[in-house]
Ligand binder design. Structure first.
Ligand code: SF4
Ligand code: FE
Length: 484
């Protein structure tokens, strides 16, 4: 049965020979390193929960290729029910981790490529879809974690890839061989890549003929020769290196995905792993499909994260002795309203999904983009309300070491207590959870993850059917009766 356990996943990562750099140093064993361990633990939940009978319906699916039971993170959506289950799965995992479990990006890349390779083949007489299916079978059979690699560094944002002064600012082909291609460039913000087995590369924007060298999609192992990962910093990340457990807020699962800049320094890709090669006319479609699948997710995962934040401030209000205050209740109701609004969007774009020519189901792209646009706003408001309810001490709290100090611990204990019935340590821990879940990197991720707000606005306008709406208004205003 191709379902890895948590232990098998972690063990399999140890077999990789990744070139990872963090804080200026090469990290020989990222799996056990305190900087990476919480991210590994979080992704590992996507394996662990698939073995728990309670979650099996959400976490596992039947492969349409082999008929075998596979992890849903490797499954191609066969109907709207699959799309809805994906969202429910994401919310459930986020509720248990309070964080980003990273594996959705590869899932979305597989689904987007599944639909687009089929259409490329129909138009160009190529054979990418068959290749992709073979690769998918390999991923399902080995229950691999794939990183989805879309975002290029982009350089001058006003110029196309081929117009850049440095041609490597978008991933491009530098050599074509009988057995494959050699690629160069980098992918930015690569969620979960240092604990993924594979990376699936796609273009980041719609492309024209002059940019055909950049119209590439392919899969490579994350430890392929020439691949280098430089891990990004996160708010409070070095608290993980201090040896305590409370100051990180959520020491088991981290707070965001763990992103890296991944360099492709002349990496060889065999033909059987190439899924788009110079078909520039389909680059835009691939971007739109991937982005919409990924934007579908955000009311699920951020909904689950927000559930934890709502729970944290509800507890904190009790610890502070203000749970009964009407303004607290009103703010918690507001946070709940915003959270469920996010979730509604994700469910709606899934329920309104449609089959593509390949047979795989695609979300309603307008509703998916609306969902992500809401996330860029509502999460900030949810976090603002969380800060309001929790109180200013989440920004001034001393360290865990002070709480445990022989000399001053008794003062921290005494003066950071809320109601007498709740130990100071509980209030301390909850404050740290709120501090870390509602600030810094976690907020910026909600803004820019799955694409910045302006990228959604472009798709919203493209899909908004303004001419139809204009005709509706003109007809009712008596300006155009020709539609009667
Ligand atoms: Fe998945 Fe959400 Fe993380 Fe994106 S931000 S990888 S959708 S958990
Ligand atoms: Fe993300």
């Amino acid at each position: 049965m191709p379902l890895k356990t948590k232990a098998e996943y972690i063990e399999s990562l140890k077999g990789l020979n990744l070139k990872v750099y963090a804080l200026g140093e090469r990290i020989e064993n990222p799996v056990d390193h305190p900087l990476f361990k919480p991210h590994v633990n979080c992704a590992a939940m996507t394996y662990q929960l698939a073995h728990e009978p309670e979650y099996e319906d959400l976490m596992a699916a039947t492969s349409h290729l082999t008929g075998k039971k596979v992890n849903r993170f490797t499954h191609i959506h066969q109907g709207t029910e699959d799309l809805v289950k994906k969202v429910k799965m994401l919310r459930m995992i986020a509720q248990q981790t309070g964080s980003c479990f990273q594996r959705c990006v590869g899932l979305d890349a597989l689904n987007a490529l599944y639909t687009v390779t089929y259409e490329v083949d129909q138009n160009h007489g190529t054979h990418y879809h068959q290749r992709l299916k073979k690769y998918l079978e390999y991923v399902q059979e080995n229950d691999l974690m794939c990183a989805g690699a879309m975002t290029d560094p982009k350089g001058h944002r006003g110029k196309k890839p081929s117009q850049q002064e440095d041609p490597d600012l978008y991933v491009h082909v530098v050599e074509e061989r009988d057995d494959g291609i050699v690629v160069r460039g980098a992918k930015a913000h690569q969620t979960g890549i240092v604990n993924s087995h594979e990376m699936i590369v796609m273009p980041t924007i719609a492309l024209g003929e002059a940019d055909a060298d950049y119209a590439l999609s392919f899969a490579i192992p994350t430890d392929a020769p020439g691949v280098i990962h430089i891990f990004g910093r996160q708010t409070n990340d070095t608290r993980r290196l201090e040896g305590g457990e409370m100051d990180q807020g959520n020491d088991e699962f981290a707070l965001v995905g763990g992103e890296a800049l991944t360099i492709l320094d002349d990496v060889f890709v065999p033909w059987e792993r190439v899924f788009m090669y110079r078909e520039y006319d389909f680059a835009g479609l691939l971007v739109e499909r991937f982005a919409s699948y990924h934007r579908q997710n955000y009311g699920g995962c951020k909904g689950g994260v927000s559930d934890v934040i709502i729970g944290a401030v509800t507890a904190m209000a009790e610890y502070n002795g203000v749970a009964g205050a009407s303004h607290i209740k009103d703010k918690v109701a507001e946070m709940t309203h915003l959270t469920e609004t996010l979730y509604c969007g994700s469910i709606a774009c899934s329920a309104e999904g449609r089959p593509t020519a390949s047979g795989a189901y695609f979300v309603d792209p307008l509703l998916a983009n609306i969902t992500k646009q809401n996330v860029t706003r509502h999460i900030y408001e949810i976090c603002r309300l969380a800060h309001d309810i929790a109180g200013g001490f989440i920004a001034t709290l001393p360290s865990e070491k002070d709480l445990k100090s022989k000399e001053v611990g008794k003062y921290v204990e005494k003066y950071f207590r809320g109601v007498a019935s709740v130990p100071t340590e509980h209030r301390f821990r909850m404050a740290r959870l709120i501090e870390n879940m509602t600030g810094g990197t976690a907020l910026a991720e909600s803004m820019h993850g799955a694409g910045s707000p302006q990228a959604q606005k472009i798709m919203i306008l493209r899909r908004g059917n303004l001419q139809h709406k204009k005709a509706l208004a003109e007809r009712l205003a008596g300006i155009r009766r020709d539609r009667d």
